[in-house]
Every structure is written in C-alpha cells, then in structure tokens.
Design a protein around this ligand. Structure first.
Ligand code: NAD
Length: 421
C-alpha cells in the first residue's frame, strides 16, 4: 500500500464517503442528490485567542462542521485533542447525520473540535478556550440550529460552560442549547451512561441472534472514558465477562474476568487502568487481537485497519467509538464472518438520550431515569431490527445496511421539503 493509500485509509471523511458511495449506489440515488447528501452544509473555522495562566496569548484552531439540516437542527459532539483535523470533523459530522437517521430522531449531523492538548491545559485555560470558541460560533448554534454535546476529552463541565456562554449572549438561560450537561443544569437522567447502555442493548440484540448467554460471553473493551467505562460497568453488572480493558497508555487482561467496580475505583485514583492488581499488562492495540466473543472499541478512530483486521478474533464487533474500523478492514471482517454492529447504530444511545434531554429542556419537564432507559431501549431495539432487516433484504453487511436506511430517510426528507423547486 502506498503512503497516499495508507493516509486515505485513515481519513475519517474518506471512510464515511466510501461507505456512503456504496449505499447511495444501492439506493440508486440520482447524481445531484448524491452530491448534496455527501457534502457538508457548512464548515466553520475559527482561530481562538486565549490568555494562558502565565498571561501569554495563544491562538487555538477550532472547527464546527454542520452536515445536514434536512431533518431538524444539527447535533453533534465537540472534541478536544492535539490531532483534531477538519477532515476528521467533516467525516464525523456526516456520520452524525446518518446516526440520527438510523435511530429516527429529528436531527441532522454536526461535529466540532479544538486543536489542543487538554492534558497540558489548566482548568481555567480550558474554560477560557471553551467560552471563546462558543462566542466565535454563537451565530450558528442554538436549540433550533445546532446543539453541541460532549465527545473525546470534553464532558458535562465543558457543556455547562458552553451553555452559560450562550445564555449570557441571549440574556436568558437556554438549557436546550447543549446536551450532556450536569443534571442540576437541565441535563437528563441517564445521559452519562447512555452511549455505553446503548452499546450493551445492541450487543444484547446480537447475542439473541447467536443464542448466546451473557454469562458465557467474553468481552474486551478498548477505551475507558465515558463510553468504555460505562459500557464495561453496565455489562459487568448484567453478567457479561469483561476479560480485557485498555486506555491510551495500555491495558489489563484477565481470562477469568476483570473486576470492573474495583477497576473503576483504581482508574479514578490513578488516572489509568494500567497496573491494576490481579491482571496481566497488555498493549492498547494488542488487546484488540485477543480471543473473545465481543470486541468493543470505545476509544478513537481507525484502530482496526487493513493492518490488523486479519488478527481480530472476536465474533461480534460493537463499535462504541466513532469510525474505529476502516473500509478495507470492513471487507476483511466481513470475509471472516465477524458480525459488525456499526458505530452509527452501536453508539447511537448517546445522541438518543441527548434528544431526550433537548425535549425535556424545551418542555421544562423532566423524566425519571427509568423512563429514559425504557425509551432508549425501545429506540435501540427498533433501530437494530431495522438495520438487520435491511441487511437481509438487500443482502449487504450491517454497516452498508445502516447507511442505506439512514440515507434513504434523509433523502426522503430532502425530497419532501422540495429541494428541487
Ligand atoms: P473519553 O475522552 O471520555 O475517553 C476516551 C478513552 O479512550 C480514554 O480512556 C482514553 O485513554 C482512551 N484512548 C484514547 N486513545 C486511545 C488509543 N489509541 N488506544 C486505547 N485507548 C485510547 O471519550 P468518550 O466520550 O468515551 O468517546 C470515545 C469514543 O466514543 C470517541 O470515538 C467518541 O467520538 C465516541 N462517542 C462518544 C459518545 C459520548 O456520548 N461520549 C457518543 C458516541 C460516540
């Protein structure tokens, strides 16, 4: 593989576009509509001046890409990382459109990011970066326009800062301007766990197809942040056997099962899972290649590529992270008979409960956690069944089926709105 081909394989936008093209061709969409749905609606680049703690001025690059407004306001996370690129944000924004359509909620997709290394930044610096980023994109966000949420290295606190900055400019509190907020500021019960819970619900549905029991199902989780740790905790509680967990620095492995409650405590104290007593050390990439029934990559993109897909031994791949698998790896996994629950289905629990949060904020009436979890389950199970039905009907793999289902829904909305007039 040439260097250019390798770079292309790792491009999040190119990965999305390759899958989109296959699905759009199967749906026989016309060329103009294909081009329209493949392109983002708006791309915003900002350069954010921020006073650092030592009074130096630094400028950070930030992005917000809004892919589609066809079915409602845009919705998508904001991530902070040193390697954030416009290509990545563009690809993830489009994926959000397809994800919202797969679970049939009335949003289009967006994504945002700031090029920064949160590990090197103080609490105060992060707050100033977040507030200035919000101010720079203020005209383009809001409950009816585009609603940010947490993603890699952002959290409830980040959302509270965004909501506060937005509200200061609007001269009144606008809780529905972000989701993934603290519950005390209009956040939803169950939002923190929602992405991990959604992963578990979709894995439960896959297990039914294999007639497997949770107790006999070995699971490996890569990533121990919001998605990975909540998925591991919930799955452990429900009887799954979690045999390996990794974070960015490395992982821990125990064929008899890792004690997840103790690991959560350990990670909280030590900032990493590494060194957890009673388990073997293992590399963060190496862990993906171990024997298990379910592999849950819940860290970052492109970790399963043409380089390692041949070595994946899991029977079910549930994509907690966005875009963890590249298109060349898709083909290899399909040949190997791996049952893939694609990201736009597996991790859609987060945006689904974000939708519930937005609804609750707009109503000013809040639901119990039981109601949230029940409604989440109904949506996830229905979406899983629809994707599986599409895959069987059109004789395609689950990822292409999910894309077809989603693109068909968005294309239908575009046509109904009369874009051709
Ligand atoms: P997070 O920042 O809370 O956690 C990320 C975790 O991944 C950390 O444990 C980190 O150490 C680990 N990690 C990072 N790079 C790694 C690597 N190369 N190898 C192994 N571990 C690595 O982020 P999060 O919110 O849990 O998001 C994780 C993924 O899930 C991202 O792809 C995100 O886009 C996606 N996602 C998140 C949500 C959500 O609600 N938070 C919803 C849908 C999808």
């Amino acid at each position: 593989m040439s260097a250019a081909e390798a770079a292309n394989e790792l491009s999040v936008y190119q990965s999305m576009a390759a899958r989109f093209d296959v699905a759009a061709a199967k749906l026989q969409l016309d060329d103009g509509l294909t081009q329209y749905l493949r392109s983002p609606n708006r791309e915003i680049i900002v350069h954010i001046p921020v006073a650092m703690d030592n009074r130096d001025l630094r400028v950070f690059d930030g992005y917000r890409v809004q892919h589609s407004f066809a079915r409602g306001p845009c919705k998508g996370g904001v991530r902070y990382a040193p390697n954030v690129t416009l290509d990545e944000i563009r690809g993830l924004a489009a994926e959000m459109t397809w994800k919202c359509a797969v679970v049939n909620i009335p949003f289009g997709g967006a994504k945002g990011g700031i090029v920064c290394d949160p590990v090197q930044l103080s609490h105060g610096e992060l707050e100033r970066i977040t507030r200035r980023y919000t101010a720079e994109i203020l005209d383009y966000i809001g409950p009816e326009r585009d609603v940010p949420a947490p993603d890699m290295n952002t959290n409830e606190q980040t959302m509270a800062w965004i909501m506060d900055t937005y509200s200061m400019h609007m001269r009144h509190t606008v809780t529905a301007s972000v989701t993934g907020k603290p519950v005390d500021l209009g956040g939803s019960q169950g939002r923190r766990e929602a992405t991990g819970r959604g992963c578990m619900i979709s894995i439960d549905e896959a297990l039914k197809r294999f007639s497997w029991k949770r107790q006999e199902t070995r699971v490996i989780v890569q990533g121990f942040g919001n998605v990975g740790s909540e998925a591991a905790r919930l799955m452990h509680e429900e009887g799954y056997k979690i045999i390996g967990v990794a974070d960015v620095g490395g992982g821990v492995f125990n064929t008899h099962g890792v004690q997840i409650p103790a690991l959560l405590e350990y990670a909280k104290e030590n900032g990493t899972v590494q060194g957890f007593p009673g388990s073997d050390s293992i590399g963060a990439q190496e862990i993906l290649e171990q024997e298990c029934e379910v592999l849950l990559p819940a860290a970052t993109e492109s970790v399963i590529s043409s380089k390692n897909a041949h070595n994946i031994k899991a029977r079910i791949l549930a994509e907690g992270a966005n875009s963890p698998t590249t298109p060349p790896a898709d083909a290899i996994l399909f040949d190997r008979g791996v049952f893939v629950i694609p990201d736009i289905l597996a991790n859609a629990g987060g945006v689904t409960v974000s939708y519930f949060e937005w609804v609750q904020d707009r109503q000013g009436y809040f639901w119990t956690e039981l109601v949230v979890n029940d409604r989440l389950k109904n949506i996830m199970v229905a979406a899983f069944d629809e994707v599986a039905h599409y895959a069987e009907k059109h004789k395609v793999n689950n990822r292409i089926a999910a894309y077809m289902l989603a693109i068909n829904r968005v294309a239908f909305s575009v046509k109904l709105r009369g874009i051709y007039a």
